[in-house]
Design a protein around this ligand. Sequence first.
Ligand code: ATP
Length: 253
Amino acid sequence: MIEASNLTVERGGRTILQDYSITLDRGRTLAVLGANGVGKTTLISTLIGVLKPRSGRLRIGGQVGFVPQLFEAPFSYSALDIALMGRARHLGLFGAPGRRDYEITRHYLGLLGIHHLEPQAFNSLSGGQRQLVMIAQALASECELLVLDEPCAALDYKNQDKVLGLLEHLRQAHGMTIVFSTHMPQHAVEIASDVLLMTSGSSYICGPAANALSAENLTVLYDLPIARADFAGVGKHTYAPLFRHDGAHHDAG
Ligand SMILES: Nc1ncnc2c1ncn2[C@@H]1O[C@H](COP(=O)(O)OP(=O)(O)OP(=O)(O)O)[C@@H](O)[C@H]1O
């Protein structure tokens, strides 16, 4: 589904990614993690074809749906209009959305629990509400590869759970392939079959989450001690940062 070999990507004349090679089969979920500015959005923009690599080879199989990190509508569209735009590639050149397009779009708005937002002006919604509408738009496109740039960044715990559950359902029930970036390793623990840990523009670890997602690798990734905690009886575990701050700055003044 994704075959990237030796991708090198530049922005503003600077090399951001060097020699990245990633393979992801259909029906798998890849979580992309790394520090601010390391190049996660650059990689995602390359995968969806917005940025052209300077060198290397990229093969993507299937229709791609994309959920950006931030989105502001250029005109005063309703939330329903924005979600309906996901149907664009199923319409003719001047085709208007029909009953089925509305049904599919409303189905996903319903699954995300945001039916009630349909008539509201998209730009008047909160950041988290907009993020959910953009996810509905991508799902309405009925894509085979779904790429999401920090899809849960603005969401509360309940909505994070909803989105993670929906992504997992789409993968299991429809064989969808999913790539998402995140600053929350827990989200990778929950739903990722594979992880890409971007240590720098030229150094990374990519592989099955069961091997690659570890306290040791996350400690290197974030340059901060990260500990694993297992929850007895629940069969779950998480990773937590051991923040180093000593509160010294609170004493000033
Ligand atoms: N439009 C641009 N023109 C030139 N350089 C850019 C542009 N956008 C981003 N960059 C640079 O590319 C590098 C990677 O940025 P990118 O947005 O891919 O990082 P990121 O890992 O997604 O960061 P974050 O976690 O903060 O969202 C940064 O050094 C950034 O300054």
